[in-house]
Design a protein around this ligand. Structure first.
Ligand code: BGC
Length: 402
């Protein structure tokens, strides 16, 4: 082994690169009883493994959560507004709920953290869900009205805005795989209609957000995977990329950034989605352990959208925290290769700050940098939290040479 190969390897990130962690209201707040997910979790036919219940009690413990982000030395915290708390009945807005999120934004600023606010992260208020959710003809206008009221109240404190989180997951899981509400399976027409509604909602929301108050970057966050073709699967791979991702990537025209959220690799064969590569180990989600998906997805998002890119979510579900450190290290190498190519990549957010409610899979998968003790809600930062904080503070990843 030569001394050069033995030396520690350093990857420096550009000045001003944003380091953050992400969460979502329904996954951490607890007691979000007034949205479609709560109803879905309590429907015995939904297949959801357990209800969200108190989650991480972050609705009350948000100060502690923002303190954890500050202790890590991160520059940004991405969290979402719970629409059903802010507009519990159609047209009725809760000043108390708006004030809650305003305090969160203010606390972030107090710690020098940029609040990255997501306006819709999978959950829809029950009043809208009951009359068709995203299929309701005026759903985009309802969303725009909510964004208008929320922005009027706290826009001056927003750091960056993400309109809708992963519209493609809402539609695929809700209208194709049937694992998210409303639990519809393989209905292409409804799936397509919901995609269109969410693109329209995004465009309306961008207009509202740009009108202020506040002046902050606005973007769309898209779930992406490294989608590869097995022999004969090229046409379906291209179709999948088009339908699942490009439709939304192209809808970002004029936006300030596109958020890439990637976790793994998927395969397409001549008959459609093909099994994982058996030689690649799996995460707790049953996904291929494929941190280098960051490189492929960031490159593709930049090429298709022409926008600056932020990795607004990346991470791994694992009970082994050293595996998380290895995964994020590899993901950051992969992100760095994009920077070296000249791609305008502006930041990287780990999913997630806390172990939390992983939707239909309940509390099994562990994505957090911080564990949450069941029953007491005590937060216990894992070694990965300390490690990621060091990376962020140094703006550099150091890996031992081999
Ligand atoms: C979502 C999160 C989810 C994560 C891990 C993303 O699809 O935005 O809500 O917990 O992936 O599965």
């Amino acid at each position: 082994m030569t001394p050069a190969a033995d030396a520690a390897h350093e990857l420096n990130f550009p000045d001003g690169f944003t380091w953050g962690v992400a969460t979502a209201a329904h996954q951490i707040e607890g007691g979000n009883v007034n949205n479609d997910w709560w109803a879905w979790e309590h429907d015995p036919t939904s297949g959801t493994l357990e209800p969200s219940g108190d989650a991480c009690d972050s609705f009350h413990r948000w100060r502690e959560d923002i303190g954890l982000v500050a202790d890590m030395g991160l520059s940004a915290y991405r969290f979402s507004l719970e629409w059903s708390r802010i507009e519990p009945a159609e047209g009725e807005f809760s000043v108390a709920a708006l004030e809650h999120y305003r305090r969160m934004c203010a606390a972030c600023h107090g710690h020098g953290i940029t609040p990255v606010v997501t306006f819709h992260h999978f959950t829809t208020p029950l009043w809208l869900a009951q009359r068709g959710g995203w299929e309701s003809p005026d759903a985009p206008e309802c969303f725009a009205r909510f964004v208008t009221r929320a922005t009027a109240y706290l826009g001056d404190l927003v750091g960056w805005a993400c309109t809708i989180n992963e519209p493609n997951v809402v539609s695929v899981m809700g209208y194709f795989q049937g694992q998210y509400p409303p639990g519809v399976k393989e209905d292409f027409a409804r799936y397509g209609a919901v995609n269109e509604a969410m693109v329209r909602a995004h465009r309306l929301a961008v207009e509202v957000l740009r009108a202020g108050p506040g002046d902050f970057p606005v973007g769309f966050t898209v779930s992406m995977a490294e989608i590869v073709a097995n022999e004969g699967g090229e046409a379906l791979r291209d179709a999948a990329e088009e339908m699942l991702e490009n439709v939304f990537l192209r809808a970002t025209e004029g936006d300030d950034f596109v958020g890439v959220q990637c976790y793994t690799r998927m395969h397409f064969g001549p008959d459609g989605l093909a099994p994982n590569d058996p030689s690649v180990r799996l995460t707790q989600m049953g996904d291929e352990y494929w941190p280098q998906a960051v490189e492929h997805t960031v490159r593709r998002a930049a090429a298709v959208s022409g926008r600056p890119v932020v990795v607004t979510e990346n991470g791994i579900a694992t009970a082994d925290d050293s595996e998380r450190i290895a995964f994020v290290t590899e993901a950051l190498h992969s992100a760095h290769r994009c920077l070296a190519e000249g791609i305008d990549l502006r930041g990287y957010f780990v999913w997630s700050l806390l172990d939390n409610f992983e939707w239909h899979l309940g509390y099994g998968p562990k994505f957090g940098l911080v564990a949450v003790a069941p029953g007491t809600f005590e937060r216990r930062p894992k070694p990965s939290a300390h490690w990621f904080g060091e990376v962020a503070r140094a703006n550099r990843v150091v890996t031992a040479g081999s």
